[in-house]
Write a protein that binds this ligand. Structure first.
Ligand code: C2E
Ligand code: MG
Ligand code: MG
Length: 607
């Protein structure tokens, strides 16, 4: 072997290795550059939006003093557009701070490091551009990247306009707390500062439920007292923590919770504030049952454009669930699948961890003039997503064998609850449970109920099952047998959502239905539509002719309740009488005769 050849062979291997290393290095470098560019674009986009949340003149510079954002309000003072370098801004304004002249470069150089830790406010500044001279206040804020200051933002507050009016502009007149305007501005700044880091913050709107009702019961003055108590408590919390507090509208407070790691952590905090406030209000006036609901959104999960709206949307969803709920807005990524946000694996886990629970909605007996029935409605207390209503998970569960387990759980919980109420000496309440097709098909449901009733020593007359027509019609013979078994046991049967399917009438004919539940779509707007009234009236008459009682669902106002009573409706259910609520709330409702007598006026008007 030629030793020379060996040398060249070694050498060429080295060259190949070096070439490959160079290629890898080049590729990684390109990738890094591209990623940084994308990150920068994303950050700049967020900066633009967050700055737009504030309505003051504002300009943001990059670390190389290139303009990243300049809103239209700033044009009055500094003629600049996105992408401009400093020398392209003409004319460059001059700032006089304590009589000392500073160019824009001086200003940026001098304050950029200082403005990282806190937002700087500089008052009594004179700004001179070619046209005019303005007395202004400046607000300077900076966000830090990994190594150095990445963005510097300057906001101008005009002395003449804003400073004189700054109080009402930023303050809630009832509590003196910062208001919605201030919240929007601070949220913009927070997002702006969190952009360069991977930190998250949460916006939570907490709201006293049924505030209009509270005003109508305790009067306007007293209702202000309710708001002040909450304000004082939250103010004390915010003084001890980094929480920022705003009083946004009459019964709504907005909280900014900085440095949130997990949604669960945020949920726990908000739940604590809510419970404390509820206890406080209760100790102030034990006659009323106060509840507080809340909606939470997270930055950057929910973006910045709709961050506050998302919190309000979550609050609305929470209020639709009942009293005292908390909902977390689905993140932008999740919202695509928000209609079915849960995965099968999660449901399995939830059953194991006992995350399901029953809420009870009162049903008012028009004859007895009190609440005699409670519909048990399932809720999923999700550890991070808050309370999830059945519409979002039942369709998925129904497709699996898990409906059987869930059905058993519901029946067990409801019957055990009846036993607890019996033990506690409550007046006799009938519980109505919903039954799905799967439950009916996959187990001997009458036998399950019979065993549970027997074990808990509960009379079958205290139980009702609600079925929808699609349950019965898939296998008519089998359904007929099962219904007969239920009847034999003494369990009442309700036909739920009557009028929404195509076989409602034949169901009435073929099965031993005790109560027919008119679907809420017919009850809605009944007070405004003559035709709806006529349809509901015909349903009630027909039902009575068949010897079947009638429940109307979805009654949200007194007027509808009065009309329904007038039409001879036997039972009434809806938010007007009470939303689905946790056991302890339902117990309060049953305990307090006052609540029941709240509905006396329906009877009074009638007679
Ligand atoms: P549903 O049995 O017809 O229950 C009534 C639904 O209407 C409930 O929704 C209730 O919260 C809502 N509601 C009551 N009053 C009003 C009102 O005044 N206005 C309005 N807008 N809505 C009102 P929810 O709890 O979301 O339940 C939806 C459906 O999920 C139920 O309809 C029932 O079919 C099913 N479901 C609930 N819990 C269970 C369960 O444990 N097992 C089974 N199989 N199905 C259940
Ligand atoms: Mg029902
Ligand atoms: Mg229904």
């Amino acid at each position: 072997m030629n030793p020379k050849n060996g040398f060249f062979a070694d050498y060429s291997i080295l060259i190949v290795i070096v070439a490959i290393a160079c290629l890898i290095f080049y590729y990684l470098y390109r990738h890094y550059k591209l990623q940084s560019k994308l990150q920068l674009k994303k950050e700049e986009h967020i900066l633009n939006i967050s700055s737009n949340l504030a309505d003051h003149p504002m300009i943001i510079f990059s670390d190389t003093y290139r303009v990243i954002f300049a809103n239209h309000q700033i044009q009055k003072f500094i003629k600049a557009k996105q992408g401009d370098a400093l020398e392209e801004i003409l004319p460059l304004p001059l700032f006089f701070i304590e009589k000392e002249e500073k160019s824009l470069v001086d200003l940026l150089d001098f304050y950029k490091e200082k403005a990282v830790d806190e937002i700087l406010r500089i008052s009594n500044v004179t700004l001179k551009n070619q046209k005019e001279e303005y007395r202004i206040s400046l607000r300077i804020s900076a966000a830090e990247g990994k190594k150095h200051v990445k963005y510097i933002g300057i906001t101008i507050l005009e002395t003449t306009e804003h400073l004189e009016h700054s109080k009402p502009y930023y303050q809630n007149s009832t509590t003196g707390l910062p208001n919605h305007n201030k919240a929007m501005e601070d949220i913009g700044f927070m997002a702006y500062r969190y952009t360069a880091s991977n930190k998250r913050f949460a916006v939570a709107v907490i709201s006293v439920d049924n505030f209009l009702e509270i005003i109508s019961i305790v009067g306007y003055r007293e209702s202000l007292q309710v708001v002040s108590l909450i304000a004082r408590y939250l103010q004390a919390v915010s003084a001890k923590s980094h929480l920022k507090l705003y009083h946004v509208t009459s019964n709504n407070f907005l909280l900014i919770l900085p440095n949130i790691h997990t949604i669960q952590e945020c949920n726990i905090l908000v739940e604590k504030y809510k419970t404390d406030c509820e206890a406080l209000l209760h100790s102030n006036n034990a006659q009323l049952h106060y509840t507080i609901s809340s909606g939470i959104s997270i930055y950057p999960d929910n973006g910045i454009e709709n961050l506050v709206n998302s919190a309000y949307k979550a609050l609305l969803l929470a209020k639709k669930q009942g009293l005292g709920y908390t909902m977390v807005a689905a993140s932008d990524e999740q919202s695509g699948e928000a209609k079915a946000p849960v995965k099968f694996s999660e449901i399995k886990r939830a059953l194991e961890q006992e995350e399901f629970s029953l809420y009870y909605q009162p049903i008012y007996d028009t004859q007895k003039e009190q609440i005699t029935v409670a519909e048990a409605l399932i809720r999923w207390m999700h550890p991070t997503k808050g309370i999830i209503p059945p519409g979002l998970f039942l369709p998925l569960v129904e497709k699996t064998g898990f409906m059987k387990h869930l059905g058993e759980f519901v029946a067990k919980k409801a019957i055990e609850q009846l036993a607890i109420w019996k033990k506690l000496g409550f007046r006799e309440i009938q519980v109505s449970i919903n039954l799905s097709l799967r439950e009916f098909e996959t187990m001997d449901y009458p036998l399950v109920l019979d065993t549970l009733l027997h074990d808990n020593r509960i009379n079958a007359s205290q139980l009702k099952v609600e079925v929808t027509e699609n349950i019965a019609m898939t296998n008519k013979e089998y359904s007929a047998k099962q219904f007969a078994k239920l009847k034999k046991l003494g369990i009442a049967i309700s036909l739920d959502d009557f009028g929404t399917g195509y076989s409602s009438f034949s169901m009435l004919e073929s099965f031993p239905i005790d109560t027919l539940k008119i679907d809420k779509s017919f009850v809605e707007n009944m007070s405004k539509s003559k035709k709806r009234r006529a349809i509901v009236s015909a349903m009630i008459t027909m039902s009575h002719a068949l010897g079947t009682k009638v429940t109307a669902e979805g009654i949200e106002d007194k007027q509808t309740a009065v009309i329904l009573k007038h039409l001879g409706c036997d039972y009434m259910q809806g938010y007007y009488f009470g939303k689905p609520m946790a056991v302890f709330e339902f117990q309060e409702l049953i305990r307090s005769d006052e609540q029941v007598s709240n509905f006396d006026d329906i009877i009074a008007i009638e007679s």
